[in-house]
Design a protein around this ligand. Sequence first.
Ligand SMILES: NC(=O)c1ccc[n+]([C@@H]2O[C@H](COP(=O)([O-])OP(=O)(O)OC[C@H]3O[C@@H](n4cnc5c(N)ncnc54)[C@H](OP(=O)(O)O)[C@@H]3O)[C@@H](O)[C@H]2O)c1
Length: 281
Amino acid sequence: MTNKPILIIGKYGKTGRRVLQRLESMGVQTRAVSRSTELSFDWQQRETWGPALQGVGAVYVTYQPDLALAQAEDDIEAFTLMAKQAGVEHLVLLSGRGEAGARRAEEIVINSGIAWNIVRASWFFQNFSESFMIDGILQGELVLPAGDIPEPFIDAEDIADVAVACLTDAKHRNRIYEVTGPRAMTFADCMRELSQALQRPVKYTQVPIDDYLDLLDQQGVPEPMQWLLKELFSEVLDGRNSQVQKGVEAALARPATDFQVYVKRMIESGCWSTDRLKQAV
Ligand SMILES: NC(=O)c1ccc[n+]([C@@H]2O[C@H](COP(=O)([O-])OP(=O)(O)OC[C@H]3O[C@@H](n4cnc5c(N)ncnc54)[C@H](OP(=O)(O)O)[C@@H]3O)[C@@H](O)[C@H]2O)c1
């Protein structure tokens, strides 16, 4: 491991902030960036990349909003080249499972000539608590165009543990860790377990994809986000990713965190408390 700082892209993101927290508590020098940090980094403004890369030894790469975007391939290619020219020695890419765009980004990083890791993750538990699903949960009904295809959702805390192991221990170099949770669950399963733990009903309702897109439109969700959600629900969540993988065990020699453990932690944090709904009214 190098003594130069580790660049974290997505400072406030679901995994970026957890990676940052862990590295800071280990006393590792970091530089965490996003569009709103003082040293700004924006995937859509390439002139911001060079200053962020200046003098760093390794990078934790998260691409926003998603590697499924057509633009991602070009961006990852250009970023990797710039990182190499800046003398970066190690790239850890957060990737997704079963997405063609994610796979292309992985190939670019693997063939970059820089030491690499790929952390290829399933859907995060945190989509239920830090992302687009939280409102539905607070209102007692999660409406999505997903049927009974199970997904082995994963805890972003586990992803951060794996990413930090890769960033700080050379024994992991040049390995792909395909990380999932320990159980494949449908969205209905998740809401059933969440309702039981919350002791209040949160219903799961499946709707056709076009109805869901109409709903997003009515809610004023921007077009690129609508496209992304359509892509994720119609293309990726088709069963190709249902299998549990053992990447967390392989990297950390411990099992991945179960959904029930995450739910308990979130209830204790108050994240799904109905007080939040009252505050929003
Ligand atoms: N969510 C899932 O279930 C899932 C599953 C597998 C893989 N993934 C992959 O995870 C990646 C996203 O990582 P994440 O979930 O850790 O991050 P995230 O939570 O989506 O990231 C949010 C962070 O990114 C920053 N950000 C937003 N737009 C940006 C831009 N244009 N340029 C630079 N920073 C930007 C935000 O801060 P500012 O607003 O200050 O910029 C914030 O710090 C995607 O590539 C996706 O493919 C996600």
